[in-house]
Design a protein around this ligand. Structure first.
Ligand code: TYD
Length: 144
C-alpha cells in the first residue's frame, strides 16, 4: 500500500483478527496481505515496560505497521501533523494499522503488557523521523 506523506489519521484503523474459540481457549491468526495490507518483513515486541514509561516518539517515511496488545493494555497516540487520536489496545485479537507519515507514542502500559509489532521493512534508521519538528516539516513538504 503506497500512502503519501501527510495522509490523514483516517487511514489508521483497528483490524479485528479472526478468533477461533472452543473449550480449550482462543486462537487468532494473521496472514500477510490478508488480515493486514502488507508483507511482514520484521516482528518486534515491547515487554517489561516500566510503569509510566513512554515508547515510540517517532514516525516512519515508508514503513507500515500493525501494533497488537498481545497481553495487557496500552494507549497508542497517533498524530498526522494536523490532528491527534488515541487508540486504547487491550485485546490480542485487535490490531492497529499505522501507515507511513504518522507520529506515534505508546503510553500507559499496564503491568505485564506485551506490544507486538508487525512491520513492512527490516530495521532501517534512515526511515525514522525521530524529531517532531522534523516530522512536521516532512509532512508539510510531502517528504521532500
Ligand atoms: P526505539 O525505536 O527507541 O523503540 P520504540 O519504537 O519501541 O520506542 O528502539 C530502541 C532501540 O532498539 C534503538 O537503538 C533501535 C533498536 N531497534 C533495533 O535494533 N531493531 C528493531 O527492530 C527496533 C524496533 C529497534
Amino acid at each position: 500500500m503506497l500512502v503519501k506523506p501527510g495522509s490523514s489519521l483516517d487511514i489508521c484503523h483497528i483490524v479485528n483478527f479472526p478468533k477461533v474459540t472452543d473449550y480449550r481457549g482462543n486462537l487468532s491468526f494473521i496472514e500477510e496481505n490478508r488480515q493486514i495490507p502488507f508483507q511482514v518483513k520484521r516482528v518486534y515486541y515491547l515487554y517489561d515496560v516500566p510503569s509510566g514509561a513512554s515508547r515510540g516518539g517517532h514516525a516512519h517515511k515508508e514503513l507500515e505497521q500493525v501494533v497488537i496488545a498481545l497481553s495487557g493494555s496500552f494507549d497508542v497516540i497517533l498524530d498526522d501533523g494536523a490532528n491527534r487520536r488515541t487508540f486504547f489496545l487491550n485485546r490480542p485479537h485487535y490490531g492497529l494499522y499505522i501507515p507511513p507519515g504518522i507520529w506515534r507514542e505508546l503510553e500507559n502500559f499496564s503491568s505485564n503488557s506485551v506490544a507486538l509489532s508487525l512491520v513492512s521493512q527490516i530495521y532501517d534508521e534512515s526511515d525514522y523521523l525521530r524529531d517532531y519538528d522534523e516530522f512536521k516539516r516532512w509532512v508539510t513538504n510531502e517528504g521532500e
